[in-house]
Design a protein around this ligand. Sequence first.
Ligand code: C5P
Length: 356
Amino acid sequence: AQAVPSLWGIPLKYISLVTLALQNSLLTIIMHYSRVSSPPSRAYSAATAVLMNELLKGGISLLIAFSRIELPSTPQASYRDISQTTPYPTSRLVSARIRRLWKDVFSADCWKLSIPAILYVIQNNLQYVAASNLDAATFQVSYQMKILTTAGFSVLLLRKRLAPTQWLALLFLAIGVGIVQIQGSTSHSTAMINDMNAMKGFLAVAAACFTSGLAGVYFEMVLKNSQADLWVRNVQLSLFSLLPAIAPILYDHASEGFGAFSTLFRNFGFWAWSTVLVQVLGGLITAMVIKYSDNILKGFATSLSIVISFLASVALFNFQMTFTFVLGSVVVLIATWLYNQQPKPKPNILVTTTDH
Ligand code: C5P
């Protein structure tokens, strides 16, 4: 039997799920704070933040992928041009590793990552729109609708079968989010002060839920239908993200020429960098969660973070917790719990799907 990957004896599956729950709460709060703590005229560029996120995440994934390369014990087993019989001399070891990594990253099927890459870039931009226009807690709860889209795409793309109680749980989820939205649209605590537009925020969340479900399930499908290393897949994802991440920046600054570079980081202070770093962490953990468990469990971990975000929002942003908000959130949490009350899907489901 295959050994379960673990760190200090704890399975990576649980470490990554708990870390993801904490990271999600932190990101919701920091991102919201970084957007509303200064007037819109002094806001930092979300497009720059998304690009920095991809560059940092890609760089870290590249280093990890590089360190994980396993070369054959004797060089000539696969590299004819290296004529040593026993261990590699250091210089050759490095160049052999670089060549191996290059081959892995630019493999024949690397194009598959272009689809989730584009979707994630759109999603990461939408998140900033949502975080700028909704209370941190309202954003967090509404974003749970991605469990619904994830389930839908799992059924469609992975041919996953859902039990009747799971469909019921999805219905509850939709109702719960609906209740929270009612409260969101009647709450004026911070909306008037900071120019927030709840409708715009909800539309951004709805679109982000769609891309989250599709991109997550697609990434899971690519990852579990091939032998390629997770970190190589992450590098491919980041590479394909670069173009859509740079495009809006070029579009916005086309008239400024090279001078645009200095404006990219205008107002990009401590909180903007903190948001980017927490998002980088989230991307890396999300990839591990998808690898070691699945997208549905990922939804469970993130909805746990609702509770943490609630309490923090009350303390930090003077968020008014109304009865409808608590009711809606409780319904969302119960729905998530109900969804996970099912026996785990058989692992061979993924193996039997066709290669996309
Ligand atoms: O909300 P959701 O869980 O769909 O967010 C996933 C986040 O994780 C996105 O910001 C996406 O860019 C990131 N991600 C990543 N690497 C992966 C999968 C997701 O950076 N392999």
